[in-house]
Design a protein around this ligand. Structure first.
Ligand SMILES: *Cc1c(COP(=O)(O)O)cnc(C)c1O
Length: 388
């Protein structure tokens, strides 16, 4: 098999059935049949590598997982109904009561809720460090610390964390290093090359890229995935065969889509830097980004998310959103359609104002998930909303 990204994403495919189909068919079946009693016994004893029941494995799900494993340079993986199911199941499978998580404070809103509202019920504590405190991480370690968890670039602050440094830190202190790679996709960044043990994705975002299905996936070290698999086959957060079929198709165009997303995003970010209505623009591949050098080192392009801060805070934030004509007002991201969001009143509204400010979510912060429309139309829409 070729090791080139685009070829892996397109040519990794299930064996053909006797129909010799070109495109992989959809295997909508809850279970699989056995030849006889001995086949049944041997299959359940895992003496045979085969499908038994679609809560455990399914051919379409396996094709999607196999692609993700190869694109992330991982050993094995498991797919879930949503990104949050992937995140929750990973922690639940690997942690015990009394364990401690060390996480960057800038994490997805629902991940923050897991850490602060739900895990404490099972005596699993989390300590947050800020994106600019990476060089003081030893101060946050406890003897119970088991997992180091980060997203990079972060949502929605777009801080970039040094994966090389974090990978070495996790290795030195014997931590399981987990990266939520949702904003970058394996096309832009492969955390396993920097020492990540597990990589998590919400496949709902750029992996599908067309706003159609929910999905999640975890890939990484074989023995860790084995624990996550056993936990998940008993607790039932599995991905549906239909969603896996869609997502496996989505991966065929991941490289061309993400390349174009990034080209549009850089053009929009550069344009926004010239506007007097805007206090600050943040995009990993703008020279003005505080971690521009790290972004250049570990990412192929800057991603499709651009954030900016309007002068005038909350009132100018909602006035801006109300003037948008073409772009969608939605909480999703990574779609072909450009989406404009106001994190303070939507995705991060559950955080206290203090917690929001700590991760850079000011009242005037606008997040743009730059889509694949003609860049002139995207710029014109945002520009008329700014000027009006
Ligand atoms: C959307 C998102 C998630 C959660 O994924 P769902 O598929 O919505 O459950 C997790 N992490 C990040 C960074 C996300 O953007």
């Amino acid at each position: 098999m070729s090791t080139h990204f685009e070829t892996q994403a397109i040519r990794t495919q299930l064996e053909r059935s006797h129909f010799l189909e070109h495109s992989t068919p959809l295997y909508l079946t809850s279970s699989f049949v056995f030849e006889d009693a001995e086949d049944m016994r041997a299959s359940f004893a895992e003496e045979k590598n085969r499908n038994l029941y679609s809560r455990f494995t399914n051919p379409n799900v396996s094709e999607f997982v196999t692609k993700m494993v190869s694109l992330e340079d991982a050993e094995d993986g498991y797919a879930f109904a949503t990104g949050m199911a992937a995140i929750f199941s990973t922690f639940a499978a690997l942690l015990e009561s009394g364990d401690h998580i060390l996480s960057c404070q800038s994490v997805f809103g629902s991940t923050h809720s897991l850490f602060t509202t739900y895990f404490p019920k099972w005596k699993i504590e989390t300590t947050y460090f800020k994106a600019d405190e990476v060089d003081q991480l030893e101060l946050f370690l406890k003897k119970e610390t088991k997992i180091l968890y980060v997203e990079t670039p972060t949502n929605p602050g777009l801080d970039v964390l040094d994966l090389d440094f974090l990978g070495a830190f996790a290795k030195k202190h014997n931590l399981v290093f987990i990266v939520d790679n949702c904003f970058a996709t394996p096309y832009l960044q492969k955390p396993i090359q920097y020492g990540a043990d597990l990589v998590i994705h919400s496949a709902t975002k750029l992996i599908d890229g067309q706003g159609r299905v929910l999905g999640g996936v975890v890939v990484g070290k074989k023995e860790l995935i084995r624990d996550i698999y056993l936990f998940s086959r008993n607790t039932g957060p599995a991905m549906s065969p239909f969603n896996a079929w869609v997502l496996s198709k989505s991966l065929e165009t991941l490289a061309v889509r993400v390349e174009k997303h990034c080209e549009n995003a850089l053009k929009l970010a550069s344009f926004l830097e010239t506007k007097k209505e805007i206090k600050k623009v943040k995009y990993p591949f703008l020279v003005s980004h505080p971690q521009y050098d790290i972004a250049k080192k570990q990412m192929k392009q800057g991603g499709n998310i651009v954030v900016f801060e309007l002068k005038g805070g909350l009132t100018s934030g909602s006035a801006f959103l109300n003037k948008i004509r073409m772009c969608s007002l939605s909480a999703n991201l990574g779609d072909t359609r450009t989406i404009v969001t106001h994190p303070a009143s939507t995705t991060h509204s559950k955080l206290s104002e203090e917690d929001r400010l700590a991760v850079g979510i000011t009242d005037g912060l606008i997040r743009v998930s730059v889509g694949l429309e003609d860049i002139n139309d995207i710029i014109n829409d945002i520009n008329q909303a700014l000027e009006n």
